[in-house]
Write a protein that binds this ligand. Structure first.
Ligand SMILES: Nc1nc2c(ncn2[C@@H]2O[C@H](COP(=O)(O)OP(=O)(O)OP(=O)(O)O)[C@@H](O)[C@H]2O)c(=O)[nH]1
Ligand SMILES: [Mg+2]
Length: 477
């Protein structure tokens, strides 16, 4: 379809929205449409239950047809999911050539445009292919009806699409495996893994920058701080956070995961900033965005960012989407009620809205509710609540403590500095015979520190001196 509007490149489009029990709010769909290059020239809304034929009731669908004709709209953007049958019926009703774009198609297109890493490319391609498959089947079925010939050429198209789905799935599986290996390496190097998740625009990337050790890359599009040392490797080096201030990108800030280093409660942490959830995406995408979701599921702790400055209805809708899409996590989930500076006096109202959503959710639909800790209000802009959030994350991280003793000399200094880098030393006593430290940190870090500093079981049964040295993993000749 040509974008021949003289005044701009935007394709004229009419928005259609329906909601069962409230007047539809078209703010978000208009933003998404604008981000996708459409100029919204009109809208038709309806408060009604879903119509099986058109999505909208027949009368409103006809209004839509007239409006599309009057405005020369080249597309109708439907704020919701249309079945393949509904898409075709609506297309038949509208002026010839008017594209019918439902919310999933719109969002998937945006993700494809913005994909900036191989994982993001593949994820969005797979989601699109999965979206197209039932629609192609519907087309094939219709063609067969019309021509009355059951020539299998349609099947060829379907099979071709199925093959592309399989090949994208295989490629993504490899990326998922690769990322699992990278997580294992990072953990082995003593890092805690913290993921930020939440609805698009909730403030994840801003908060990630606030928590990160280095404030680098905020404007330059160079968001992802690659690890430079510590034996970890980026399998996918194109992982920048796309958080430039370009308004056309506003609805889709971050489209692939980006990592930054942060020190949380004295511990070395990798923060993963993830793709924001958007309504309309999940169905095909929950499976397709595996590489992204895995970063959340497998994190040691998840910060679930929710924009507290949204009005209660939007807060509820977005939070419900985010909680339903998150799936069960390995680690605890800390809700961060963000943008507290923009809430004004009614922070209690936001907390209440948050709590009522959580109370309403069935853990069988949204198993993540079982992992939720108490919410923390934060403002990345004013830096309020950040310390509370850091404390909450720090408490949620898997922790072991031990008193580790080591003799003076030898490798002790190197082993001590290794332990100081990765854990928290509450107390250290230096004596003529050696040193004793109280170490807290990842269980694996504490165990490794015990090994490096002086024999296994260092906490209780330390036997000074000789026996321990010979048990060190890095024995000298
Ligand atoms: N007032 C206020 N605005 C904020 C705060 N944090 C973020 N914002 C604004 O909220 C918008 C979205 O912030 P991002 O950090 O890009 O949100 P995100 O969750 O990463 O978004 P996606 O990557 O699209 O999922 C930006 O315009 C930010 O400036 C805050 O603490 N206070
Ligand atoms: Mg972001």
């Amino acid at each position: 379809m040509s974008r021949n509007d003289a005044s701009s490149d935007a394709t004229p489009a009419v928005v259609a929205a329906r909601a069962a029990d409230e007047r539809p709010d078209t703010t978000e769909i208009r933003e998404l449409a604008a981000a996708a290059g459409y100029a919204v020239v009109g809208e038709v809304t309806q408060r009604r239950r879903e119509d099986p034929t058109y999505g909208l009731g027949r009368g409103r669908a006809e209004d839509l047809m007239r409006l599309a004709a009057d405005t020369d709209a080249e597309a109708v953007i439907y704020d919701g999911r249309l079945s393949p049958g509904q898409t075709f019926s609506l297309g038949d009703l509208l002026p010839t050539g008017t594209a019918v774009i439902d919310r999933p198609r719109l969002v998937l297109g945006l993700f494809a445009d913005a994909a900036d890493s191989r994982a993001a490319d593949l994820q969005s391609e797979l989601a699109r292919l999965r979206y197209e498959l039932p629609r192609l089947r519907e087309t094939v079925a219709r063609d067969a009806d019309e021509t009355v010939r059951l020539r299998p050429e349609g099947d060829g198209r379907v099979r071709d699409l199925e093959r592309r789905v399989e090949s994208a799935e295989r490629a993504l599986d490899e990326i998922v495996d690769d990322r699992a290996a990278r997580r294992a390496e990072r953990r082995a190097a003593g890092f805690d893994l913290v993921a930020l998740a939440g609805y698009a625009g909730a403030g994840k990337s801003t908060l990630a920058r606030r928590l990160a050790d280095e404030a680098g890359g905020a404007q330059g599009g160079d968001g992802g701080v690659q690890e430079r040392n510590g034996g970890t490797r980026e399998g996918d080096s194109r992982e920048p956070a796309n958080d430039a201030g370009d308004p056309s990108e506003r609805s889709l800030g971050t489209v692939s995961t980006a990592t930054r280093r942060a020190t949380i409660g004295g511990r070395r942490t990798i923060l993963t900033d993830t793709v924001g959830f958007v309504d309309g995406l999940p169905h095909e995408a929950v499976g397709s965005f595996e590489a992204t979701l895995d970063a959340v599921r497998r994190a040691d702790c998840v910060v679930l960012v929710t924009d507290a400055s949204d009005d209660p209805a939007a807060l509820r809708r977005k939070l419900r989407t985010a909680l339903s899409a998150t799936e069960a996590t390995d680690g605890p989930v800390i809700p961060a009620l963000s943008k507290a500076d923009a809430v004004g006096d009614d922070l209690a109202g936001a907390v209440e809205a948050y709590e009522s959503v959580v109370a309403d959710l069935d853990p069988r639909e949204a198993p993540v509710v079982d992992s939720l800790r108490p919410p923390v209000a934060v403002s990345a802009r004013d830096e309020t609540g950040i310390d509370d959030l850091v404390d909450a994350v720090s408490e949620a991280l898997p922790t072991a403590t031990a008193t580790v003793r080591a003799p003076n000399g030898g490798d002790t200094q190197a082993a001590l500095s290794w332990a100081y880098d990765r854990g928290v030393v509450a107390d250290a006593e230096y004596g003529s015979e050696g040193v004793a430290i109280e170490l807290a940190g990842r269980p694996a870090v504490v165990a490794e520190a015990e090994r490096r500093l002086g024999g296994e079981g260092g906490s209780g049964g330390d036997r000074d001196g000789d026996g321990e040295d010979s048990r060190g993993p890095r024995d000298r000749p």
